[in-house]
Design a protein around this ligand. Structure first.
Ligand SMILES: [Zn+2]
Ligand SMILES: [Zn+2]
Ligand SMILES: [Zn+2]
Length: 777
């Protein structure tokens, strides 16, 4: 095998004899053929695999279809000049081979030249004469391949046309400084679950980008008209990035020549190395779909910068792949993805993870396969196009560092697929799809995508994932009802219910008070219907709520269910430990807090005041003491906010028993049993450690007299907070009083939207950090 490589290399050497440096040879005036080779035994397959990984050390070969299995064709583009040499070497291995495209440029000319290369000319001419573009951004020609700027301007126009539905997003910049742009379709709600769709990670796979644009067209033009589309957009946010590799795409359209049209990688700067023959070789570009942090560099990728499947210098070494990672892990989007589909061409495959080796699958493979199979059937139903479903390693060949595998394993997205669009793998025209096939390709693919969207929505509902972010509780005469599933069926509309979420609805239901301008007295049937949504109903079947069952060490087993479980409030109490003594330790009456800590406040306030007066006299000393005391209380409110938002509402890893148990002890139990008065305030024992910690910090940086006033104020702030919190849950403040407002505000944090409204003593910090919750209607 190595001998043949040596031979190939020699051929390369002859070609490069004039110069010692071989730059990548993107000859634009050469002729190219595509040759099909069919390995019939393992030896032949290994031979082809070897040149697939290492070929660039010799003749420039461009694998349209990598070698994958015996008796399966591999398609290789090669310069006509080198053809006979290469065909001879194959012949010598007895590998069956024949030419499938005699002149690639001619094929391109027949299929693409008129539209891409001439149209661009005529478009620029038109612009010159007309002086302006006559609103042509408003429409997109789906019968032809558009330029990247054309895609951008069309998407911009859509975001202007549907400002409440569509948002234009830029996820990052490419190596050459282009923006990687896309659309977020789904409205303003920042807690909706997301379906990610991308295309064009490989430059030459033009139909992939085109197809994602068609999805955008479907979603935006049919929202509000087609009930299915309307449901998709109401339930999900679609984040669609049509072209992940705009540098490569633009390059592949720049010159009418096969070696450029069929560019696959990005356009990152040339990497050079010295080959076995002492020549310096420099080649540009990284295969972005080998650059993700998933078994990077292990299989089906190359460390040769001249290879079509060059993996890059490290995972995420490329700005394009880093942009994807950063977007998926950003504060705005992190943890919200349930679907990830990446489009490629060609082979007609619907691929699920994993791809780095054969027979490697995620744990939920049966579910992924079932949905994939159903999607392929729906796709076939449109024009009869056959898709094969399976993992990349099983259906094609093992390849590591791919985006889809990374999305599944590292980003933990539920439904992940890679689609290789038309034509099928037996077809010889591969990447150069006839333009008249564009719309049919997009249409049938959309049918498959819809099946995946349905699966995502069902998954969200069954697992109450949307509930995780948005509970919808109401109370009627003190009983709780979880009406999330009912809201859509509510005859008066879901909007009203969202408005009253978290509050007592008696006065609205019996029609004594207006809601959104309407008074409506509900029927007995309505009350009856509400009965079935009572949360105590679900509580009767919840083993964790069995009376007297100690659950503290079991909570960790809730895993994925933990987060929604704690946000289903239970109006009773829970037993944590078996031992009565331990159980007693977990309970603290609210008056313990002022009882224990108030003497300390008085002591320090007195000491501080005394010293201040000694130093500055009665008037100034008095003012200083009071100011420092107030500052201490204010600093407490900030600490209260930070603790509640970041520590108490930190989401534990559902796989970690310890993290869940810790979160439960810290705040989970309060959200599960908000009415349990003995588990509401912070127990004095752990508080002692925290207070001692701050004591050490402050006394080391503040003079004693300053600390005494400030510390007393801060501790006072803490006591006030715990007492106020207790009062908000158990007191009955007069309607319209400030405390009543605070009570509603805090209950809305519990029952309406626990991602906002963290302030208990004050909402000052909620306003400053824009996490305001809502008060009374
Ligand atoms: Zn691809
Ligand atoms: Zn909370
Ligand atoms: Zn509370």
């Amino acid at each position: 095998m190595k001998l043949v490589l040596l031979f190939l290399t020699l051929v390369g050497l002859v070609r490069a004899e004039e110069s010692n440096v071989v730059e990548e040879s993107l000859t634009t005036n050469k002729l190219f053929k595509v040759l099909r080779a069919v390995p019939e035994d393992l030896l032949q397959l290994n031979y082809l695999l070897d040149i697939y990984h290492d070929h660039t050390k010799g003749i420039k070969l461009d694998f349209w279809k990598a070698p994958s299995a015996m008796n399966t064709a591999t398609d290789i583009m090669i310069q006509t000049d080198d053809f006979s040499t290469f065909a001879d070497t194959l012949q010598r291995q007895n590998i069956t081979n024949y030419v499938i495209i005699d002149d690639v440029a001619k094929l391109m000319e027949e299929r693409e030249k008129i539209s891409v290369f001439n149209k661009r000319l005529s478009a620029s001419k038109r612009r010159d004469t007309a002086g302006s573009t006559i609103n042509e951004e408003e429409s997109y020609n789906f019968q032809a391949y558009g330029s990247y700027p054309k895609m951008q301007s069309w998407m911009r126009a859509l975001s202007r046309k549907h400002p409440n539905l569509v948002r234009y997003v830029t996820i990052g910049k490419t190596h050459e400084g282009r923006n990687i742009d896309g659309l977020e379709i789904g409205g303003q709600n920042k807690s909706k679950r997301i379906f990610w769709i991308d295309g064009g990670i490989h430059a030459r796979e033009w139909a992939a980008s085109h197809t994602t644009l068609y999805f955008i067209h479907q979603l935006t033009s049919r929202y509000g008209r087609d009930p299915t589309i309307t449901r998709y957009v109401d339930e999900l946010t679609f984040l669609i990035i049509p072209n992940l590799n705009p540098d490569g795409y633009t390059f592949s359209r720049s010159v009418f020549s096969p070696s450029i049209r069929l560019w696959r990688k990005n356009r990152s700067k040339p990497s050079c190395y010295v080959d076995d023959w002492g020549r310096r070789r420099c080649c540009r570009g990284v295969d972005l779909n080998r650059n993700f942090d998933f078994h990077w560099s292990e299989a089906g990728s190359s460390d040769d910068p001249c290879s079509e499947i060059y993996q890059g210098t490290a995972p995420f070494s490329e700005p394009e792949t880093a942009a994807i990672r950063n977007t998926i892990f950003s504060n705005e989007y992190r943890g919200r993805f349930d679907g990830f589909v990446t489009l490629h061409t060609y082979s007609q495959l619907l691929i699920h993870p994993y791809g780095h080796k054969k027979e490697a699958y995620p744990a939920d493979i049966n579910e992924l396969y079932k949905v994939g199979k159903k999607a392929a059937q729906a796709l076939k139903a449109v024009y009869g196009t056959n898709y094969v479903v399976g993992s990349g390693a099983d259906t094609l060949y093992p390849a590591s560092g791919g985006s889809e595998d990374w999305a599944k394993l590292k980003a933990k997205i539920k439904f992940v697929y890679l689609m290789e669009l038309r034509p099928d793998e037996k077809n010889w025209d591969g990447f150069i799809l006839k333009e008249r096939e564009l719309i049919p390709t997009a249409t049938e693919t959309w049918a498959g995508i819809k099946v995946i969207a349905d699966a995502i929505i069902e998954y969200i509902h069954v697992n109450q994932i949307s509930a995780k972010k948005k509970p919808l509780f109401i109370s009627l005469k003190g009983r709780f009802y979880d009406i999330r599933d009912f809201a859509k069926k509510h005859p008066g509309g879901a909007k009203v219910l969202e408005k009253v979420a978290g509050s007592e609805v008696d006065k609205y239901m019996n029609g004594t008070e207006r809601i959104m301008g309407v008074k409506h007295e509900h029927s007995d049937a309505a009350y009856h219907m509400l009965e079935s949504y009572g949360v105590d109903k679900t509580h009767t079947t919840d083993p964790y709520l069995e009376k007297g069952r100690p659950i503290f060490w079991e909570i960790g087993h809730l895993g994925e269910k933990y987060w929604s479980w704690i946000h289903q409030p239970y109006d009773g109490t829970l037993r944590l430990f078996k031992s009565d003594f331990m159980e007693k330790l977990t309970r603290t009456s609210w008056y313990m807090i002022p009882g224990i800590w108030m003497p300390l406040v008085l002591l320090f306030a007195f000491m501080g005041f005394h010293q201040m007066i000694d130093r500055y006299g009665v008037q100034r000393g008095g003012i200083y003491s009071i100011a420092l005391f107030a500052l201490g209380s204010l600093v407490w409110t900030l600490l209260e906010y930070v603790l509640h938002k970041y520590a108490f509402h930190w989401e534990p890893n559902p796989k970690s028993h310890a993290q869940i148990t810790f979160h439960f002890a810290m705040h989970g139990i309060h959200h599960k049993t908000p009415m349990d008065g003995d588990r509401l305030v912070f127990p004095p024992t752990p508080a002692l450690f925290i207070i001692a910690f701050f004591y050490l910090v402050y006394t080391s940086i503040l003079p004693w007299h300053v600390f005494c006033c400030f510390g007393a104020g801060k501790l006072f702030g803490y006591i006030a907070y715990d007492c106020i919190h207790y009062y908000l849950h158990h007191g009955q403040p007069a309607v319209k009083s400030n405390m009543h407002y605070r009570k509603v505000y805090h209950h809305n944090h519990h029952f309406k939207d626990f991602d906002v409204g963290f302030g208990i003593s004050t909402n000052l910090w909620d306003y400053i950090f824009s996490t305001e919750g809502s008060g009374p209607l």
